[in-house]
Design a protein. Structure first.
Length: 113
């Protein structure tokens, strides 16, 4: 299922970073009320950076995708299947374009190793 979202030849470093940053933003926003520390965020980002492409995409879909699907403030046409819309948003994300959902916080990723 998730492999169909990965371009032939795999994700390049830029696409991976777009996904990692999106997941990190989601996590930071989720944990804001819990005093999520910079150290905890750095550790979380390190784990994301070590994930294989399929695992990274699954992590995005299972976390960010599910969060996006639960939002009621997005302008998703009623005749559009939510799963298809989320997959389209994922494609927009890995292309480096602005998605139709957003975050209150921003996260800077460390340089890729």
């Amino acid at each position: 299922m998730y492999s169909k979202l990965i371009p032939e030849g795999g994700l390049d470093i830029t696409q991976r970073r777009h996904i990692q940053r999106d997941i990190a933003r989601w996590k930071l926003e989720l944990e804001m009320a819990n005093s999520f520390t910079t150290s905890e965020l750095s550790h979380y980002i390190s784990e994301l950076q070590e994930m294989e492409d399929t695992t990274l995409v699954r992590w995005w879909m299972d976390n960010v995708g599910e969060w996006v699907a639960s939002r009621r403030d997005l302008d998703v046409p009623p005749d559009v299947d939510m799963e298809d819309w989320i997959e389209d948003q994922f494609a927009v994300l890995i292309d480096g374009e602005a998605t139709e959902y957003g975050f209150v916080v921003d996260v800077e990723l460390p340089e890729a190793s």
